[in-house]
Design a protein around this ligand. Sequence first.
Ligand code: CA
Ligand code: CA
Ligand code: CA
Ligand code: CA
Length: 440
Amino acid sequence: MPFPTRENATYYKWLCATEQLQQIIKVKPFFRLSLFKSFSKLCAVKAYAVISLSALLCTQASAQKNNFSIDRRNNPLKDFSVTINKESHPFFVDIDGDGDYDCFSGEYTNGKLPKIYYYHNEGTNKNPFFKQVTGADNPLNKVAANTLTLPYFIDIDADGDYDCFIGEGSTGAILYYKNVGTATEPVFQKQSAANNPLSMVKFLASGIANPAFADLDGDGDYDCLVVDEDGNENYFKNTGTSKEPAFVHVANSEDPFSALTSSYKGTYSPSFYDWNKDGLTDLFVNTTYYKNVGTVGRPEFVVSSESQPFFQNKPKAEFTFTPLRWVDINKDGAVDVFQGNSNGSFVYQTLSSSSNAIVASPISKVQVLPNPSKEEFIVNLRTANAATIVRVTDEQGKIITTQFVSGNSLEFGKEFKPGVYFMQVMQNNNVVYAQKLVKE
Ligand SMILES: [Ca+2]
Ligand SMILES: [Ca+2]
Ligand SMILES: [Ca+2]
Ligand SMILES: [Ca+2]
């Protein structure tokens, strides 16, 4: 029997067995069942209950383990480094829509023209196997940028394919390469300033623009944080729509990053990831964890030691821009992190426990079936009330759907693209349950 977790079959067998027993009791008096049937039903419930309870306890206990360690042996990019051998800047995205992460990397070239490297995943989402693709088969082969490339992929115009922003060195600008191809066959086209929603970013004095995107105000479009080389954190709020972004530099009390500004020079690299799975995206600056203690519409980031993750790799040198790249590269349910490195290689860190499972305030009466799903997800909520909301975000925290639950169950997700999603059940603006969903 596989080791049971909340997300595998055993747990649901228990739920199903309990359900069946309740149905049987409801529709006919229990004594009418044969002695054998009653006994076997009770045994099934008991067995799965014991297994599931221990699974829950194990999950809870192992979720306390927050140590990442460098895993050289299983590093799927261990054989690669950027050619210039200075500062790799990886980003993971399923650029060909086949369900596994592919990797692009920028580099630092100290004056020469930096490239974007493409490592195509020819393995699977469970067994990644990267192969470098060069020449015209690399969709970002023709990128022209100054001295440093920091690629960041996001579907900024909500047309179903990933577009690419590139933080550039020297000018401190952000270039925009729109994907004019498709979700399976990308074609990137550099956009003029007039068509680049972040053309106002020009940190000339600093010479670096290091972007990270997340929906920070919960209105369904991506907002952007850009950190410059001096450690200034600049908030660009998206005042447009998910299809037509319009970024506005916000530097007043509405800026959730104003208190985090630091004059420390060098290695400030932001990434967003909902580490504690409470439905609010958290911020990492390099490896420092800033927990989001705000609300969906108004984030507030504070340094937190509660459930803080620890990393083995820390940026060593100044001027090394190594944001954490959060991906579950082998779909084992635990998030992995990649970072660039000052020698051009890629650092891979995994959780020492394989269960960064989603256990934020678990309530026992939520059931999602099937998961993984090829079609829709059905969530059963026996504690739903009029104010129960199911919200689904993508891995970058962008809200994909928000739905009120009428009755005790809800069907959604048929139109989701293959990938990983997070479902949050919210009551009175609090996340009362969170679970990872996998669409196949
Ligand atoms: Ca892929
Ligand atoms: Ca797009
Ligand atoms: Ca937004
Ligand atoms: Ca969070």
